[in-house]
Design a protein around this ligand. Structure first.
Ligand code: ADP
Length: 792
């Protein structure tokens, strides 16, 4: 019987990618002709159709093999025929059914069998699974972003008493793939079906959790960016409110670009970038900001890597030195030797001693430095160390000081514009030192090739490399240069010029220079005699600076005269013209023999300005044997006076001195020009002569000058500055000079003019000096003498 029973058939509605779970409602769009026939048929007959999901959605006319075997029977609840011919169909699914075969042409008939819900095999397990599925589905709905189920719907599903219905309903609502849903539809056993559902729910919950974490992290990052962006915008707004905000930012950008382009050492670049960041965050126009800004400008302006190319070509250097300077042969030779060593020894040569030019002002030390730079094609800078007493002047102040700046060295480097200039340090002998630190030791670091690779300026904070700089030092005298500095130097002395040399310098170098500057070049010329008169009567100096000034004055006068009344050819300046140009002469040449005088002697002094004639006056007055010294004398000079006095007491007889003069007479020693401090032992012999003259009444020859230290036993010891002193003696019209014998070798390099113009007597003992300087007593004095003696 059973064999002949006709298999049940229902019209087939193939679904492209939809899975309809049992006991759910679904809305299906139906467009295919066969499907529409199936719907019509269902409506006209019993109303049931078979829903089967296609294995591949793109197949238009599915056969049996194209359909998934597990499907559902469904009733058509509503059909909405749309104008385009498609049907919107609402179906309500009944139970599961398995597709067994297909028949028919256009309208397909599905042969099927019902698949009833099976028995529960393991109720315990099912209860536990149901519980888990309920909870998991609750969480699923809660954390699902696009699944919209209200609380009642959710509770209705969770409250389903039938575990099978629960599994199917959850599957219906979940946003799973067609395959996943089909797998559950195909799973008939209740336990297995619930497990599958639970697995998928758990998987999704994990995903949601991960998503949440990622989202949280993304949000955090976004919040941070947002915060910074917000703050920066706010700052901009504030700056704009306060004015200049946009200018500030534009300025920061300009600075940033300059920093990028500048050839910095790494350390300096990092520093600059850090400071720029700081600057950007600062209130524009505030004091702090301008401090940082100034600092950045310094970093940017300094030559860190910029260098000029060196040329050391000795013949060319010689030419340049000759072009710029008259005479100075020895000095020029020494400079050439110095450069030769530099050239041959390369970097090692740069570690040699520092060139130190010593001489009175205006002898061309600075301009020699300039010529050296010109000949090497290096840049030239000069700083003066005169009066520098604070280490900070060399090394700069820390930026925390108001108005802090780098020290003189770094300032010089900025002016130089290259990291290898010729750098002239003027007047090292005028360095002072006090409690503010020792500038000499800072200078020592500057000049020391071992240390100056990383010179520390307090303001800069980053080290600066000075090792490629060619330092030249100048001084007026060696005596006050700190010893450690002097040890590092190669000293070249320039003693000063004779009048003849000055005339030559004026004629060939100074006049062409100043007349060009005044625009009267080739229009005026000075006769040699006029120049000589200018040297003698309008200037008194070792160098030619004053002379240059006087010449410039003459040039200016002629510039004006020329504008007022131009002339043809060359105007010749004669000695007699000088009064109208420069006024009355300042110095009268007192070359005429001066009369011998009592109690006066002429010494020779050596100062930073060169040599000078030093007149010593002594007056003896009745008293108690006191010695008074005035004229701003130093302690060494006072001691010289004491020594001279004691010596004379021991020789009182020989020089007709009153034997008790140390009890009955007071002596006052004075050296005029009290404003100028005088010290040193070299006035010893002069003091002895002046004192002896004052006490004995014997006059002293005034065509004579002397210099020498004395000992208590009357020995004459050598003294310094011989060349300068002789030059001064020569210039002041003295004809004879007494000098210590041991200074003999110093006479070798005297200018011929001086050697010929002076009689130089070398002495060993004060007796020789006194004999040469003191004249016999005048007859009238001699006659008065017994009384003078008795009265004393
Ligand atoms: P210092 O530095 O020794 O004080 P400067 O170099 O300033 O002296 O010289 C002063 C002026 O005298 C400069 O114009 C310089 O060119 C000029 N001068 C000095 N000595 C000579 C010389 N021997 N020949 C030519 N000009 C000279």
């Amino acid at each position: 019987m059973r064999l002949f029973q006709r298999k049940p058939k229902r019209p087939l509605l193939p679904l492209r990618s939809l899975v309809v779970m049992p006991h759910t409602q679904a809305e299906v769009d139906v467009g295919r002709a066969g499907s529409k026939l199936a719907i019509e048929r269902a409506l006209s007959a019993e109303g049931q159709i078979f829903l089967a999901t296609q294995k591949r959605p793109e197949v238009d006319f599915p056969g049996l093999d194209d359909l998934h075997p597990m499907g559902v029977l469904a009733e058509v609840r509503r059909v909405n025929r749309l104008p385009d011919g498609t049907f919107q169909v609402v179906v309500e699914a009944m139970g599961r059914a398995r597709l067994l075969g297909l028949s028919g042409q256009d309208l397909l008939w599905a042969e099927y069998e019902d698949v009833p819900e099976p028995e529960i095999k393991d109720p315990e397990l099912v209860r536990a699974l149901v519980e888990k599925v309920r909870r998991a589905f609750g969480q699923y709905v809660a954390s699902h972003k696009s699944l919209r189920l209200d609380r009642y719907q959710l509770e209705a599903i969770q409250g389903l008493a039938d575990p099978a219905r629960l599994a199917d309903m959850v599957t219906h609502h979940a946003t799973w793939t067609t395959e996943e849903k089909l797998a559950i539809l195909s799973e008939v056993a209740i336990e297995a079906r619930l497990e599958r559902v639970l697995t998928l729910l758990a998987r999704d919950l994990d995903r949601f959790d991960l998503d949440r974490k990622i989202a949280a992290r993304v949000k955090e990052q976004m919040d941070k960016n947002q915060r910074e962006y917000y703050l920066r915008e706010q700052m901009k707004a504030i700056q704009k409110e306060l004015g200049g905000g946009e200018d500030h930012l534009a300025e920061v950008e300009v600075l940033r670009e300059r920093i990028q382009k500048k050839d910095f050492p790494d350390e300096v670049r990092e520093k600059a970038e850090r400071e720029l960041d700081r600057y950007q965050r600062m209130q524009p126009g505030s004091p702090e900001a301008s401090v940082v800004r100034t600092y950045l400008e310094w970093l940017l302006d300094l030559p860190w890597r910029e260098a000029t190319e060196d040329v050391i070509d000795l013949p060319r250097t010689r030419e340049i030195l000759d072009e710029d300077h008259y005479g100075l042969d020895e000095v020029k030779e020494r400079i050439l030797e110095f450069l030769a060593v530099r050239k041959l020894a390369g970097d090692e040569g740069a570690k040699g001693p520092i060139l130190c030019l010593v001489g009175p002002p205006g002898v061309g030390k600075t301009s020699l430095g300039r010529s050296v730079a010109r000949s090497m094609q290096r840049n030239f800078v000069r700083i003066s160390l005169g009066g520098v007493r604070d280490e900070a002047e060399i090394r700069g102040h820390r930026r925390t000081y108001v108005g802090a700046l780098p020290g003189k060295i770094i300032q010089g480097m900025k002016r130089a514009g290259s990291n290898n200039p010729v750098f002239l340090l003027d007047e090292v002998d005028k360095l002072a030192s006090d409690w503010r630190g020792d500038p000499a030791s800072a200078l020592l670091e500057v000049l020391d090739p071992e240390q100056n690779k990383a010179f520390q300026d307090h303001y800069l904070e980053v080290p600066y490399d000075l090792s490629r700089v060619f330092f030249i030092v100048t001084a007026n005298t060696l005596s006050t240069i700190p010893r450690p500095l002097l040890d590092r130097m190669e000293v070249i002395e320039i003693p000063g010029y004779t009048p003849l040399e000055k005339v030559k310098i004026a004629r060939h170098f100074l006049w062409p220079k100043v007349s060009r500057r005044a625009g009267v070049e080739g229009k005026v010329q000075l006769e040699e005699t006029a120049l000589r008169r200018m040297v003698d009567e309008y200037t008194r100096e070792a160098g030619v600076r004053g002379l240059e000034r006087q010449l410039a004055k003459v040039a200016r006068k002629f510039a004006r005269r020329y504008l007022e009344a131009p002339w043809e050819g060359v105007y010749d300046v004669k000695p007699g013209d000088l009064e109208s140009l420069l006024g009355a002469p300042k110095y009268r040449p007192d070359r005429a023999e001066k009369d011998p005088q009592v109690g006066v002697a002429q010494g020779l002094a050596w100062t930073g300005d060169g040599g000078a004639l030093l007149t010593i006056e002594v007056l003896a007055v009745p008293g108690k044997g006191r010695l008074k010294l005035t004229g701003n004398l130093g302690s060494v000079m006072k001691e010289s006076a004491e020594a001279a006095l004691t010596y004379l007491r021991a020789r009182a007889d020989r020089y007709d001195l009153p034997p008790d003069f140390h009890e009955k007479w007071d002596l006052h020693v004075h050296i005029p020009e009290g404003a100028v401090p005088k010290d040193g032992p070299s006035a010893g012999v002069t003091l002895a002569v002046a004192i002896a003259s004052a006490l004995s009444g014997r006059p002293v020859r005034m065509d004579l000058a002397m210099s020498g230290e004395i000992t208590l036993r009357g020995k004459v010891l050598p003294v310094g500055g011989i060349k300068e002193k002789l030059l001064a003696a020569f210039l002041s019209g003295v004809s004879r000079v007494l000098l210590p014998k041991e200074n003999g070798p110093d006479l070798a390099e005297l200018p011929p003019e001086v050697r010929e113009g002076l009689e130089i007597v070398l002495v060993e003992d004060v007796i020789e000096v006194l004999d040469a300087a003191l004249l016999p007593l005048a007859p009238e004095v001699r006659d008065a003498r017994p009384a003078w003696r008795a009265g004393a």
